[in-house]
Design a protein around this ligand. Structure first.
Ligand code: C2E
Ligand code: CA
Ligand code: CA
Length: 616
C-alpha cells in the first residue's frame, strides 16, 4: 500500500562518505543511504526531505528537538536521545575482526506505519546489493568490472574498501572545507552568505517553535553613500553595519550579508516587543556612522522584521517580506516595519505577483502597448514607445508601476526587458512590410540590465532574428543612482557596441536623477528624454530656466530632445519655443494595444487604408 506522499524528515550524516555525505555544490545528500531512501520513498509513496546540515553534524540536536523522523548514517552503537525502538541495520562490515553496522534510528515522532514500511523494505536488500551501491557511490570502480568472486569475498573486499574510503574521506573533507569556505563567507564583510541562512532555515524543518525566530533585514543606502562620499566611504559604511550587528547579535544567531546592501539577522526572541526593541537599538547604532563629518539621514538605515510563522514555507518569501518592510520603513523614515501588520498588508500580494511572473511570461501574458511620439511642430506621429501591460490571470490588467519595481528589486527585470525587445522587433518588422519606413520604436531597459556583461550579445541575438532598419529601434535606458566603476565601464562598452550595431540609445527620465550631467559627459548617446517632472515644473521661472539649459546643452551635443508627460497646451507652446524635437503625452495619445497602434500608423501613412480604425 502507498503512503500517499507523507513527508519524512531525515537528519543525515554529512561525513560518512560514500555511505552518506552532503554535497554543498548540489545542496543535496548523496551516497548509498540517500539512494536507498530515495528508492524506498519512491516505491512506498513517501516524500523524503533531508534537512540541510549546519557547519557541523547536527543529528544529535535534531533528534533531541524532535524535528526529524529518522536519524541516518549512524555507526554501530551510536544511539541518539529521543529515538524509538530498534535501529534498522542496513549494512554490516566485518573488516578487521570488528563488526561495524551502519544504521538508521527512528525518533519518537516518526509514524509507526513508516517505521514498519522502512524495516520491511530494508530487509529485502541483501548485503551484496549494498556493496554494489557503495561502490557506485564511491565511483572508483564501476561494479560491473569487479570479478564476482571478489564480491563474495566479503571481509577482504571490505578491508580494501575501508582503506579506499578513508583516503576518499580525507580528500573529500578537505575539498568540502574549501568549498564551504567559498560559499559561506562574504568576502567584503566576513559575514555568512545566503547559503548559510538557507541551511539554517531548512534545518528548522517543521519545528513549531520556529515562530519565536525573526528574520530581520537591515538596509543601508550604500548607493547614496557611494555617490556622496565615494566608494571607500560606502565600503566603510558596510563594514560599520557588519560590526554593529556582530556586536548586537548573540552566538546562536545567524548573521549574513545578501545582495549589495542587505544585512540579515536570524534571531530568537522571547516576545515581539523584545524583537522590536533590539531592532530599534541596532538601527540607531547603524545611523551613528559618520563620513567626513557628514551623517546618515534617517532613511539611509532601516529594518524590516519578519517573524517566521508557519506561513513562510520558503526562505525567499521571508527574505522578500523582510526586505520590503525595510524599504518601506526607510521611505517613511521610521526605524523598522513589522511584517504581517496592517501596515505591510501588500507584501503578501507582491510576493504572489513575483511568484506568478515566470509563468505569465511564458504564457505570453505580457502584452505590447505603444504610446506615440509626435513631431513637436507638425504633431505628426513619428514614433512610439513600447510599454508592457501584464494581463494577470487573477488580477486582470496591471500597469507597470505594480510590477516593474518588484522585478527590478528581484533582478528578474532582465527577462521582461528581453521580452519587450522581442515584441518591439516583431512590431517593427511587421510595419516594414507596409509602406511605413520611418516609424521608430523605443524600448525600455532598466540600467541594471543595460550595464550587465553579455547584454549586447543577448540583444543582438534577439534583433538578428528580425528584419527592419536598425536605426528605427531606440533603446531607452533609465537613470539609476550609482554604478561602480566596472559597471560604468561596462555600460559604456555596451552603448558603443549597440550604436555600432546600428540601433540608437537615449536616456529616459533625464534631468531628475543623481547624475544627469555626469552621464552626458561619460556616455555617447543619441538623445535625451526629459523627465515628466521637468515638464510639470515649467510653469515656474526656475523650471523654465532649467529646461532651457538642458535642451540647449543637449542640442549642442547633437542630441535629439524628447519630452514626456505632455498634458497641457501651454506645455506644448513652451516646449516648441525651447526647440524641443519630439513630444509624448496624454495630450496626444494614451498607450494603445499594439494592434490598434499599428492600424493608426498605417492610417497616417495611407489615409483611408484602415477604415476599421476606432480613432475619434
Ligand atoms: P516611462 O518609460 O517613463 O514611460 C512613460 C510612462 O508615463 C508610461 O506609463 C506612460 O503611460 C506615462 N505617461 C505618458 N504620458 C503621460 C502623461 O501625459 N501624463 C501622465 N501622468 N503619464 C503619462 P506606464 O505605461 O504606466 O509605464 C510606467 C513605467 O514602466 C514606464 O515609465 C517604463 O519605464 C516602465 N516600463 C514599462 N514597460 C517596461 C518594460 O518592458 N521594461 C522596463 N524596464 N520598464 C518598463
Ligand atoms: Ca521610457
Ligand atoms: Ca520616462
Amino acid at each position: 500500500m502507498q503512503a500517499d506522499g507523507a513527508s519524512i524528515y531525515v537528519a543525515g550524516n554529512p561525513e560518512l562518505y560514500p555511505m552518506e555525505y552532503y554535497d554543498p555544490e548540489s545542496g543535496t545528500y548523496q551516497g548509498a543511504i540517500p539512494d536507498f531512501l530515495r528508492a524506498f520513498a519512491r516505491d512506498c509513496g513517501y516524500e523524503l526531505r533531508y534537512l540541510q546540515p549546519g557547519p557541523a553534524d547536527r543529528r544529535a540536536e535534531l533528534a533531541e528537538r524532535q524535528q526529524v523522523d529518522l536519524i541516518s548514517g549512524c555507526a554501530d552503537g551510536s544511539r541518539y536521545a529521543h529515538t524509538d525502538g530498534e535501529p534498522v541495520i542496513l549494512f554490516v562490515s566485518g573488516a578487521e575482526g570488528e563488526e561495524t553496522a551502519v544504521q538508521l534510528w527512528f525518533t519518537q515522532v516518526s509514524p509507526g506505519r513508516f517505521q514498519a514500511d522502512l524495516r520491511g523494505y530494508a530487509a529485502r536488500i541483501s548485503q551484496e546489493e549494498w556493496i554494489g551501491s557503495i561502490l557506485r557511490s564511491a565511483g572508483d570502480v564501476p561494479p560491473r568490472q569487479l570479478p564476482m568472486g571478489l564480491l563474495w569475498g566479503g571481509g577482504l573486499l571490505l578491508l580494501a574498501l575501508a582503506a579506499a574510503v578513508a583516503v576518499c574521506l580525507y580528500r573529500l573533507r578537505r575539498a568540502r572545507r574549501r568549498r564551504i569556505q567559498a560559499v559561506q563567507a562574504d568576502p567584503e564583510t566576513g559575514l555568512g552568505t545566503e547559503e548559510v541562512l538557507r541551511q539554517a532555515f531548512h534545518s528548522l524543518g517543521r519545528n513549531p517553535g520556529r515562530s519565536a525566530l525573526c528574520l530581520i533585514c537591515f538596509r543601508l543606502d550604500l548607493d547614496r553613500a557611494g555617490y556622496l562620499w565615494g566608494r571607500e566611504q560606502a565600503h566603510a559604511l558596510l563594514l560599520h553595519g557588519a560590526r554593529v550587528l556582530r556586536e548586537a547579535a548573540g552566538q546562536a544567531d545567524v548573521l549574513i550579508r545578501t545582495g549589495r546592501d542587505d544585512l540579515i539577522v536570524l534571531k530568537r526572541f522571547p516576545n515581539r516587543q523584545d524583537a522590536e526593541e533590539w531592532t530599534r537599538s541596532a538601527v540607531e547604532k547603524l545611523r551613528g556612522f559618520t563620513a567626513n563629518g557628514a551623517t546618515l539621514r534617517r532613511r539611509d538605515a532601516s529594518a524590516g522584521i519578519c517573524p517566521l510563522g508557519p506561513e513562510y514555507h520558503e526562505l525567499g518569501q521571508a527574505l522578500f517580506h523582510a526586505r520590503q518592510c525595510a524599504l518601506a520603513a526607510g521611505l517613511e523614515e521610521s526605524d523598522f516595519r513589522l511584517c504581517g501588520t496592517a501596515q505591510c498588508g501588500s507584501c503578501q500580494e507582491r510576493w504572489r505577483l513575483l511568484s506568478d511572473f515566470s509563468g505569465s511570461l511564458q504564457q505570453g501574458d505580457f502584452l505590447l502597448y505603444i504610446q506615440f511620439f509626435v513631431d513637436a511642430h507638425s504633431f505628426r506621429i513619428v514614433g512610439g514607445e513600447a510599454l508592457s501591460r501584464w494581463r494577470h490571470p487573477r488580477l486582470g490588467f496591471l500597469s507597470p508601476n505594480r510590477y516593474i519595481p518588484l522585478l527590478e528589486g528581484d533582478g528578474r527585470i532582465r527577462e521582461l526587458d528581453c521580452c519587450g525587445l522581442e515584441q518591439a522587433c516583431g512590431f517593427l518588422e511587421a510595419l516594414c512590410r507596409h509602406p511605413v519606413q520611418d516609424f521608430f520604436l523605443s524600448c525600455n531597459f532598466s540600467r541594471s540590465t543595460f550595464a550587465a556583461p553579455g547584454f549586447v550579445e543577448r540583444c543582438t541575438r534577439i534583433m538578428d532574428r528580425y528584419a527592419f532598419p536598425r536605426k528605427l529601434l531606440i533603446l531607452e535606458v533609465t537613470e539609476t543612482p550609482h554604478l561602480d566603476p566596472e559597471g560604468a565601464r561596462q555600460m559604456l562598452r555596451n552603448i558603443v557596441a549597440l550604436r555600432e550595431y546600428g540601433v540608437r540609445v537615449i536616456f529616459d527620465d533625464f534631468g531628475m536623477g543623481f547624475s544627469s550631467f555626469h552621464d552626458l559627459q561619460d556616455y555617447p548617446m543619441d538623445g535625451l528624454k526629459l523627465d515628466k517632472e521637468l515638464v510639470d515644473n515649467m510653469q515656474t521661472e526656475r523650471g523654465r530656466i532649467l529646461l532651457n539649459a538642458l535642451v540647449e546643452t543637449g542640442h549642442r551635443l547633437g542630441l535629439t530632445i524628447l519630452a514626456e508627460g505632455v498634458e497641457e497646451d501651454y506645455q506644448i507652446e513652451t516646449l516648441q519655443r525651447l526647440h524641443c524635437d519630439v513630444l509624448q503625452g496624454f495630450r496626444f495619445c494614451v498607450p494603445l494595444p499594439a494592434a490598434e497602434a499599428g492600424r493608426r500608423i498605417l492610417e497616417q501613412a495611407q489615409p483611408g487604408a484602415c477604415s476599421d480604425s476606432q480613432e475619434g
